[in-house]
Design a protein around this ligand. Sequence first.
Ligand SMILES: Nc1ncnc2c1ncn2[C@@H]1O[C@H](COP(=O)(O)OP(=O)(O)OP(=O)(O)O)[C@@H](O)[C@H]1O
Ligand SMILES: O=C([O-])CC(=O)C(=O)O
Ligand SMILES: [Ca+2]
Ligand SMILES: [Mn+2]
Length: 669
Amino acid sequence: MSTGNGNANGDGGFSFPKGPVMPKITTGAAKRGNEICHDDSGPTVNVTTIDELHSLQKKRSAPTTPINQGGAAFAAVSEEERQKIQLQSISASLASLTRESGPKVVRGDPAEKKADGSTTPAYAHGQHHSIFSPATGAVSDSSLKFTHFLYNLSPAELYEQAIKSEKGSFITSNGALATLSGAKTGRAPRDKRVVRDATTEDELWWGKGSPNIEMDEHTFMVNRERAVDYLNSLEKVFVNDQFLNWDPENRIKVRIVSARAYHSLFMHNMCIRPTPEELESFGTPDFTIYNAGQFPCNRYTHYMTSSTSVDLNLARREMVILGTQYAGEMKKGLFSVMHYLMPKRRILSLHSGCNMGKDGDVALFFGLSGTGKTTLSTDHNRYLIGDDEHCWTETGVSNIEGGCYAKCVDLSREKEPDIWNAIKFGTVLENVVFDEHSREVDYSDKSVTENTRAAYPIEFIPNAKIPCVGPHPKNVILLACDAFGVLPPVSKLNLAQTMYHFISGYTALVAGTEDGIKEPTATFSACFGAAFIMLHPTKYAAMLAEKMKTQGATGWLVNTGWSGGSYGVGSRIKLAYTRKIIDAIHSGSLLKANFKKTEIFGFEIPTEIEGIPSEIVDPINAWSDKKAHKETLVKLGGLFKKNFEVFANHKIGVDGKLTEEILAAGPIF
Ligand SMILES: Nc1ncnc2c1ncn2[C@@H]1O[C@H](COP(=O)(O)OP(=O)(O)OP(=O)(O)O)[C@@H](O)[C@H]1O
Ligand SMILES: O=C([O-])CC(=O)C(=O)O
Ligand SMILES: [Ca+2]
Ligand SMILES: [Mn+2]
């Protein structure tokens, strides 16, 4: 007879039951006779329903309701009063301007289950503190409806909102929230409109080359009403109250009303997040965005040339978004506002990255999209001040934003470790492709778009400089991705050359990724950000010249694009080489190099750079066909000249003397 647990078979320690009879398992209970097993080995929860159990899970957090709305600065405001003031403020933001009053607003998710298991909204339970009804009677059905709003939700709450109600929202294996921005995967500068009124008529840059396409006040109101009505028709809207600009004296309070958790989380990451104390005294926002991106504009409306419209009204301090869900519109829309507000205070706003060395040396990185601002300012050996939008004041630099917006195409852990590691819980990952099961992201997959992006709070970068401010810059680095392969990887610029290239704002892109060799296309965008500037480029250029001169900053032009020939022949300069060059700028060693002057552009280029092959340092060495090199150089020089024509008769400096110098600092042939 087999005992089943014996070891007497000499089979190496294993024995198996033989025949059909299974071994009998002896339990403790059996020893104690036929008692019933009790489930009482651990302590139990004292609840009677599952909902009671769930209600134990969440403890109340400190109130995140601003006081001091409308300026009444009385310290001792009751919680109830505070909530009422907030609801009034949100109702005012969401008010139609053609009807008598704002909508009835309720704070909270209409679908949230109550402790009693019901899904009835709070107002039905007489919880007066979370509802606000304007005092007027019903004038239309829309005034009978409630608008639910979700105020400054946390990333975890926004994840849940996105996953519950937005198609295309998933948690990737790194913890980020993958989202889709819809049909638009980049900004739509041709659909941007700015209200032209008596003030902006004189103040702003209009006409040829300007990004400011006009619309009238009335049309703005038509679109604003369209957006507000759309938002109020929804089940719920998201409201973010946040800040722009780390310089406390020039901080701007922004409110973002949006329809998607994606938009709310994006702005949570990209703007400066208020502390609970700061939120208490938030008061009335300085600027409000109405993002009704899912809803198109009406093409019968005057000035509308497509279904997308991004409208800026500086007098009303409002922006309306219709017909695009691409979140970058909000970030860059606010940047436009800063390009208007800051110069009024004699502060220079800059489309640049910014970092600082251990010794306090600050560098600015200018450049058009994709030239390397984020990649090169995110440097493990330096403190990150910001990757995209800055201000330069009388005392130094400050970041406008609270987050970074990195390109993800072909992202690798090896080449960009800090950005790679910043993609984790809380980060918004736009338009990326991932494995349906493992949720592993494939950054090389461009099926949705080439412009895949990650938006994360700046503190996700380990050596972020918090607060994001620093002293005056020592180096001003202009980045260009030259697909013609003729610009040197680094050139030292004098002040006039720096201005010439700042106003030009050159980069070259290779259109599309289709097969076949494509001709590079030169792009010129004044101040490396013509899409965002509001005043004439020479206004910003004059301020930059003045600041660089006073602070003795050195200008550099760094080509992060092609070397060894144009696109198709050469290849993009290795990021490792560019980083070496940037290191040599930061350390001051490159300034001490021997320089020689290049033909056509008249750049000062180092005769050698440690660790960089000589055919890279001087691009002519890499072109086997010297004639083709010269022709390409002349061709590019010609494009610069042609682009600069419109700026030739704008005077910079007190006597316009700098204008002459700047003109002379361009390519000569
Ligand atoms: N030599 C190089 N220098 C810099 N970037 C490089 C280089 N080679 C390849 N790259 C890639 O080019 C891209 C630069 O994009 P980055 O996000 O830094 O642009 P950006 O200037 O911040 O643009 P945007 O204003 O649109 O955010 C990155 O994907 C980076 O990996
Ligand atoms: O704004 C965007 O969508 C991306 C960006 O930083 C730029 O284009 O400069
Ligand atoms: Ca960037
Ligand atoms: Mn940018």
